[in-house]
Design a protein around this ligand. Sequence first.
Ligand SMILES: Nc1ncnc2c1ncn2[C@@H]1O[C@H](COP(=O)(O)OP(=O)(O)O)[C@@H](O)[C@H]1O
Ligand SMILES: [Mg+2]
Length: 361
Amino acid sequence: MSLVPSDAVVVDELVKRYPKSPVAAVDGMSFAVGRGEVFGLLGPNGAGKTTTIGVLTTRVRPTSGRAFVAGVDVVADPVGARRHLAVVPQRNNLDRSLSIRQNLLFHAAYHGVPQGERERRATELLEQFGLGERGSEKVDMFSGGQMQRVMIARALMHAPDVLFLDEPTTGLDPAARLFVWDRVRELQDSGVTVVLTTHDMDEASELASRVAIVDHGQVLALDTPEALTKSLPGSATLEVAVTPLLGGEADALVRALEELPSVERVERVETVVAGAGHDHPRAQQATSLPPRTAGAIPAAALDDEVATGRRLRLYLEGDAPANVAPVAERVVTHGASITDIRIGTPSLEDVFIHLTGRSLR
Ligand SMILES: Nc1ncnc2c1ncn2[C@@H]1O[C@H](COP(=O)(O)OP(=O)(O)O)[C@@H](O)[C@H]1O
Ligand SMILES: [Mg+2]
């Protein structure tokens, strides 16, 4: 791999083997992140995401391979690398004995930001993160979402070029999650490079311009979310909600739909309605989006679900709109009617299943 000095992050054949562990946590990863990019490392628990972030942020010593942040070799010059980077770790590491403003100020002092400048930045960042009134309160007074905001604000105190966010929204409620998403978009607008890890495909496709799908310490695929999903066998999906059908009739309908020439596969899907957080405009918007697909369910297991009026997900080759009429016709022929129909594209979840045979959750 040739190193491009202008890249914000370069990971080259990186390997990390923890002592006494039989398998490598990171097993030959390579990728590069352009300046100003939001880059996602998407993979299940144990994939090696945190270890990779650990190497890039100089907390973990690699077994072999190289890593650069802002052109600085993180192993050869960790102090130099730390001037350019900041990290929001997966676990809360705020100092509970300090107020949130003091947490910000101490971090900036550690990084050599002059006093006047640190006071100014702390005020500005607390304001920007909706914590302007609460700077003097201790960490314990804050919710999980608020603490995550404090950690991101703290990370920005020394104006890093590259920000690493390790599972920035895991465990947050929907409104807090959307708040973090908005801040990440703002950071991108201001030119900061963001590398985030997640096991949430929505988060990866919402935020990241490119995504590396990782599993067992290796990069399985790396591209834009659109290109990754386009690589799947079906090029489009049609999600159809039908009125209740009895088990046998539902099976017959699925078979009839599978016989359509452009239908590659039919899945019965369980749906999860988007969660609360109605005081946040984006959360309201989210509830009007298509319900999330929670994964494929073996056809035989779900007669009851279909009988109560569930969704069918069709993976199609070619033009989705052209399939609406023939699909509707078969639904009607089998004694049901369509209550909702949505044309979509396969998700990153489908890409992960395609690559590994497992679900991301
Ligand atoms: N400090 C450690 N010592 C030994 N094994 C570890 C340590 N940290 C992580 N691992 C192991 O390395 C693998 C990758 O972990 P991690 O990088 O935390 O993955 P992820 O962040 O994707 O969940 C896992 O099998 C995990 O158990
Ligand atoms: Mg992790």
